[in-house]
Design a protein around this ligand. Sequence first.
Ligand code: DGJ
Length: 729
Amino acid sequence: MSICYRTEERVFQLDTPGSSYLMGLVDEEGFVGHIYYGRKLGGDDLRYLLRTEERPFVPGKNNRERNAFLDSFPMEYPGSGSGDYREGAIEVRTRGGHQVVMPLYRSHKIYPGKPELPGLPATFGGEEDCDTLELVLWDQVLKLEAVLYYTAFRKLDVITRSVRVRNQGGEELYLTKVMSVAMDMDNREYDMLTLHGGWARERKLQRCPVALGKQSTGSIRGESSHQEHPFLALAEKGCSQKQGEVYALNFVYSGNFLAQTEGNQFDSVRVMMGIHPHQFCWRLEPGEQFQAPEAVLVYSCQGLGKMTRTFHDLYRSHLLRGEYKEKKRPILLNSWEAAYFDFNTDTLLKLAGQAAELGIEMLVMDDGWFGRRNDDNSSLGDWEVNEEKLSGGLKYLVDQVNQLGMKFGIWFEPEMISPDSDLFREHPDWALQVPGRGPSLTRNQLVLDLSRSEVVDCIYEKVAKVLRSANIEYVKWDMNRQLNDMGSIALPPDRQGELYHRYVLAVYELQRRMTEEFPHILLENCSGGGGRYDPGMLYYSPQIWCSDDTDAVERLSIQEGTAMIYPLSAMGAHVSDCPNHILGRTTPFATRGYVALAGTFGYELDVARISEADRAMIPEQVAMYHKYNDLVRQGDYYRLASYQENHGYDCWQVVSKDRTECLVTYIQVLSRPNVRSRRIFLEGLAPDRQYQIEGEERTYRGDTLMYGGLLMKPMQGDFQGTLIYLKMV
Ligand code: DGJ
């Protein structure tokens, strides 16, 4: 058992292979204090770290200075409005309008395994994988129970947290804030790491010192977003890929989130992560409960690299699900950049025929096959095949594609409705809207009010009917706008504040239904590229389209930021045509292949329209994918150099778990005159074993490659790349 309660000390200790997490109960009232999180410790009594012997004393000894205690004590799950002037983790309003809440210890339970979170995605683990502590807190005045869930993984330095709140009183309560995790830590001059970006340039790392006062990242866009990311880490100064302590938090949720630090007067920092309180207000009837999503905590004392590998292992084994979770994915050709809206049965079959000859395994028909959709102005919601374009119907097309030996995939954007659609003409009240306000459009589309079960049922049936009609083996689920004008015609006034979260729950419900009815379909999530790339969506789809930007150089940083948390097997990446459609940049076809190889790999181009030389390279790239994909999907990932930092070159490495194989990808972004070769230091090899580089005679010891390094000769021209494959001999 990795969790224990030491009754004498009234201390809980959670252990993972390399970390310990301690909390203690203080005073008769049962304040829960955060004692320690960090490197693994033995069983010493650490209560002195709570500093309760220093002034101010605990309220039981000095109630005269109660506020001074509340405002300095390292609270494990701080309430609000009663004397702790730092921001609370939970806020509640009563019918009478009062807003004080103070959850204190009531009871606890420890057991092996991990419970599911009703209606929400979460990591999972069996009794042999992890142990769970349920810490029950109670506000006596509100009759409000807050159960803090902690799961410690036995083989990974991971602790997950979530909170379930239940109204046990006789009157309704309004929950206006509920963080999934809060932690008061001493600020040892940490840096705060967050990921930011925009459309076509998602997830770039930002690092800045944790300051006094509040610093946060968060989304109020209704999705996790291109702009921000539900990730926050505190890293020791100087923490690098290989060295240093880091505490990372990742939120298993796909809607509004807040991740915040608050440095305060006593040099401690309160870290929180949860649903963003912006416009959040959940009415809890007597007896009702609210389940907050899960936050994943990863601890590493071996730098960011170890943090990354822990996330990858956790998500590959305890988050991704379904048939494809561990399987090689078919190499697809997506029609989007190949044809946009301009296709029909004949052109698609021609494309498929040519692609099949080159070894491509699946045709994906992207946007434009339904309703009267010939551009992005209409038809979302009308999920019926446009037979003017697809003469012969969908089944005919799919059968023909199958006859070519290829699988078939299709695109949907189920959450949306076009003002110019039959669905909208029939149900104008089905769009999110605030009465009296004109809607603010994006891409000429509105968002469906998924808080209504009749809307969810109708959309599900429309999508499922298409999927049942032919042998469809892949779905790309897109979402091309963020949420605003948050109003539901169906919700009562005091439930409008539930809309953002109800929307996310409905997306999960739709994807749950789809993956249960069609377990053989490979689902890829997408949101205008990587606008909803988060662990919540990964629970339903084992891969997510990383970005609409397919330029190989831009992809280096997008994929670096993404792979910092998420496994390569989950990163949607394609080779596209040049000049790149977004940037106009031309990069070598081979380099585009190396970059896409670090993800799911596929194509997004018209094979007939690219140069003969590029086309001739496709079969080689297909072979390259088949040769290396097992290693890429399953191996340990090491970031050796970052183009974002050095502006010259990018380099990453994947090592098989048994350390017998390793693939290094090196991209020289800009060529420079009069330079010598660069030294690249490999990682993760067996130091005393011999490795041979494919195509070379000599062998190297693992320690030579790691500490002596490899020399990378300058290459002629910009954007050049190379792969180095090593095998233990
Ligand atoms: C945004 C996606 O990221 C693209 O790949 C493509 O599917 C378009 N939407 C289609 O509208």
